[in-house]
Every structure is written in C-alpha cells, then in structure tokens.
Design a protein around this ligand. Structure first.
Ligand code: OFO
Length: 173
C-alpha cells in the first residue's frame, strides 16, 4: 500500500510525463508543418514514449492501492523558433524530469517504500538515455548551424533514428 506522500508524488510525476507527451506532440506537429518529416516522426514517437511512461505510473499506483489521476494539461506552445531550439528545449525539459525522478526516489527512501524505489529504477536508467540522446542531437545541430543542406541530411538521419527508436520501444514494453 502506498503512503499518501508517495502516492501524491507519483501522481505529480504522472502529470509531468503527460505534459512531456503533450509538449513533444506540439513539437512534432510544428515540425511536420515545416516539411521536416524525419524530425516530426522522431518527435511523434517521443511523445508516444512519454505517454507510455505516464501509463506505467498510472498502472503502478493503481496496483499498489492508490489512484492514478489523469491530469488536465496546459496548452503547449504552437510554434517554435527553430529545430535547434526544439531540441534545446527537450534537453532542458529532460534535465528537469531527471531532477524530479531523483526527488521521487529520495521520497521513497525517506518513506521506506522499497517496492516503489525498485520500480523507479527503470525511470532512473531511462532518464540517462533520454538526456544523452537529446544532448547528442543538440550537438549535431550546433555543428550544422545555418547550413540548409546540413538540415536536410539531419532530417533524413532523424527518420532512421525514429525507426531505430520504434524498434527499441517495442522491446521496452
Ligand atoms: Fe519520461 O522521460 Fe522524458 O520526459
């Protein structure tokens, strides 16, 4: 049985994962309108992944006698300055998520809830991957700078990355 403190903290995380999904969905839709099909494919997938993170938490909370609450969400931005700014935002957002997960882990230790602590280890590893990937993409975009043909090839590479991510996600489920 979850303590009310842990249950509240997990529900806060449910909200954060749901808003991540919504945020990345807005980015995907914007990228699609810019003709960046590889970038948008990657972002649509990333949005789905965040929904899966949320769902995993909802199910865990319910299994442990709590109630996973579906949150109402703020509207994410509609347009973005550039592809680089999109991935910089993602990196910033993922760093924030990592901090929140660490805070959650800390709460479970204080509450001596070792089951939830164990469950959260999946999120700890996931955050390492998510931050590393975002960082790698931002670095690539820095190299490309304002080079239009560089962006064209970047978008093409993102299509392959999206395909590879889709295969990894299937394994993770
Ligand atoms: Fe759920 O990992 Fe990103 O936000």
């Amino acid at each position: 049985m979850l303590s009310s403190k842990v249950s509240q903290a997990l529900n806060k995380q449910i909200e954060l994962e749901a808003s991540s999904s919504q945020y990345y969905l807005a980015m995907a839709s914007w990228a699609e309108t810019q003709g960046l099909n590889g970038v948008s494919a990657f972002l649509y997938l990333h949005s789905d992944e965040e929904r899966m993170h949320m769902l995993k938490l909802v199910k865990f909370v319910n299994e442990r006698g709590g109630h996973g609450v579906v949150p109402s969400l703020k509207q994410p931005p509609v347009t973005f300055k550039s592809v680089k700014s999109v991935f910089e935002e993602i990196l910033k957002h993922e760093i924030k998520v990592t901090n929140e997960i660490n805070g959650l882990v800390d709460i479970t230790l204080k509450e001596k809830d070792y089951t939830t602590h164990n469950f959260l280890q999946w999120y700890v590893s996931e955050q390492i991957e998510e931050e590393a990937l975002a960082r790698q993409i931002v670095d690539k975009l820095k190299l490309i700078g304002d080079d239009k043909s560089g962006l064209y090839f970047f978008d093409r590479d993102m299509t392959s990355l999206a395909t590879a991510e889709a295969a990894t996600n299937k394994e993770k489920k």
